[in-house]
Design a protein around this ligand. Sequence first.
Ligand code: PMP
Length: 373
Amino acid sequence: MELFNGTYLDHNATSPLKPAVRESMLELLGFPGNASSVHKAGREARRRIEGARQTIAKQLNCGPKDVIVFTSGATEANNMALRGAEMERVIVSAIEHPSVLQALPHPDILPVLPGGVIDLAALDKMLEGNTRQTLISVMLVNNETGVIQPVEEVVRIARKRGALVHTDAVQAFGRMPLDIQKLGVDMLTLSAHKIGGPQGMGCLVMANCATVGPILRGGNQEKNLRAGTENLAGIVGFATAAEQLDVKEFHKLGVLRDKLEAELKALAPSLRIFGFEAPRVHNTSMFALPGAPSETQLIALDLAGICVSNGSACSSGTVKPSHVLKAMGASDAEAGSSLRVSLGWNTHAKDVEFFIAKWTEMYNRIKSRLSAA
Ligand code: PMP
């Protein structure tokens, strides 16, 4: 039985496993080797893991001194970068993923401008006269809005003050050209499941042997930087997904995303598209329809078999407006009426057309109430 046969437009949450990834993982799931063992099976596991590491290094244009540490996902990699660096001062942008925002108790917060791009002038000011050992963490692409952040500029400012830079590139990998040497960062985080790889798999890349200590201690795997038997099938699946990335192909999704935005906006002129004026990756659209709660929209679409996200994190029964939209100056009401559509490798024109049709039906049902509101 097919586990899912709806319309999946939530690739920023997780992108379905690609068939080639599945094949590469299935081959290894029953394999007995532990990469730390010296016997033949162990050596084969090691060979596969080191091959995977090279594949990912090649995709990022890593240099010979760059170190890739496999982790259980981007959450762990982000925690490792921020906590393992043991810096006196850590600056994170206001729109980071919770795994960056909450990795340390009291980071300094770098604000963003209403368009969704970080405030570089504010960063410059925050670093004025700074003498403490400092790490700056700014994501390359925001997961909610798709807005691309000027990380190269962050590096330029940081270098003037001797600060290190980490970037969470989870939503950038495969969606825009990504070259760690050109970017100039000291550390970079990736996650496998945003590129059609397995969930629970990621890595931290450290450029030029940047020193970060382990946060998981135990065995001496991953050059003593991350204890625990390596996830062989996960690592190989991650590399297979990385090998298949095709940024040019991904850019074609922009035509579908732009059509979606144009049609929705024509229907509902009060629609606010977040980050519309900023450079964005081609698959993401985050918008608010004032007066129409996110849940109303989500439920109507879910009933039609469409998976999308809202801009709110629902925890312990309370709906908290998105910290990203709030940081961009959106009101609670605006943030509470937002929806995120994110396209990916298996999205076709018919999926976007279906979304537009169902959203239009929903809009026509509620529009009299919207104008009365
Ligand atoms: N950073 C960003 C920007 C993300 O979008 C996500 C996933 N939502 C993460 C980190 C966490 O990744 P993982 O699920 O691999 O822990």
